[in-house]
Design a protein. Structure first.
Length: 334
């Protein structure tokens, strides 16, 4: 069974011959592991069964000498203190929304990495990623505080902005999936939560975001592809809504904010999960025996389908190299 077939089986809640898995690391963690393993090429290839190809230009880690990076939407990200993402300078207001110039969703360069990955890894499960896809794109353009206020005090503007973003996203989806039918899934990045709950509350999420998200996910379904989403935080209250509007798989499945075993059981046959290995506690602070025990349980949970074994997020630089090595060994990588 190829990686592509294995992940499809898992997402369709069918038993699998081995646990599907994916391991991603931050730059600092990759460098530490390359030194630890004495392998300069470590991390240069996808680790596991999934290949992610971003198609919206967010070049994390790239900045000008003055610490400013301007993305394709015209948002300036101040990376003088945070070199990975930074703080955005808002550029959309109720006054300029109608005249705002949106990027071209159809440009060939948008899909260069996707094209290359499809050719290089034909047997892998391929994900076309739209990071900062809707809610995150809205607050990046508008400013986080202002957009949260808009959702309450100026809902018509908030909805207008979301629908303009949706129009762009649908263009990207159509352009990518029409050119590359080999793609297996589209993953949308939108952090709806903190570790205490849903940022805007479940009711407001349903009122303002859910209808637009439903259209976005449906377009992927119209192409016959799986819908994956990424949302950090304690957002389990949204799972019934996500199932309703067509989500097939949820990531990162943080064990710090939900009981992943009971949640997996509750949503068997309805919603698959991808993640689950603690990057906040287990990998940085756990003992080797604790890592072995937890990964063993997760491997067992994956065998009935509905779950992809993975860290809850890119492995951070403070994770112990020996713990990462155990993880790799238990999933059959080293």
């Amino acid at each position: 069974m190829t990686s592509k077939e294995l992940v499809h089986a898992a997402l369709e809640h069918r038993p699998v011959p081995r646990p599907p898995y994916s391991i991603t690391l931050t730059k600092k963690a990759r460098e530490k592991m390359a030194a630890y393993l004495r392998d300069d090429s470590f991390g240069s290839e996808p680790i596991g069964d999934l290949v992610n190809s971003p198609v919206i230009k967010i070049e994390f880690g790239v900045r000008d000498a003055d610490g400013i990076y301007t993305d394709e939407f015209g948002v300036q990200w101040d990376r003088s203190h945070d070199p990975d993402i930074g703080l955005p300078k808002a550029c959309v207001t109720p006054e300029n929304l109608d005249d705002f110039q949106w990027p071209d969703p159809n440009i060939d360069s948008r899909f260069e990495l996707l094209k290359a990955n499809l050719a290089k890894y034909p047997d892998k499960f391929h994900i076309m990623r739209l990071d900062f896809s809707l809610y995150e794109r809205a607050w990046a353009l508008r400013g986080l505080e202002d957009f949260l206020v808009d959702m309450i005090a100026n809902q018509s503007f908030a909805e207008a902005l979301l629908n303009r973003i949706l129009e762009f996203n649908l263009g990207v989806i159509d352009a990518g999936l029409s050119r590359f039918p080999e793609v297996d899934a589209v993953c949308f990045g939108d952090d709806f939560g903190t570790q205490r709950g849903i940022i805007m509350g479940e009711e407001r999420w349903c009122q303002v975001l859910k209808p637009v998200l439903a259209k976005q996910y449906q377009r992927v379904k119209d192409w016959g592809k799986k819908v994956l989403i990424h949302s950090c935080g304690a957002v389990a209250d949204l799972f019934p809504h996500l199932v309703e509007i067509g989500v097939d798989c949820f990531n990162p499945f943080q064990p710090e904010v939900m009981d992943i075993y009971s949640v997996k059981k509750e949503y068997t046959g309805r919603l698959a999960f991808w993640g689950g290995i603690s990057t906040q506690k287990l990998l940085p602070f756990g003992s080797p025996d604790e890592v072995r025990a937890e990964v063993s349980k997760l491997r067992d949970m994956a065998m009935d389908g509905g779950y992809i074994v993975a860290p809850a997020h890119d492995i951070p630089g403070d994770a112990k190299p020996e713990n990462i090595e155990i993880l790799l060994e238990m999933l059959g990588t080293v």
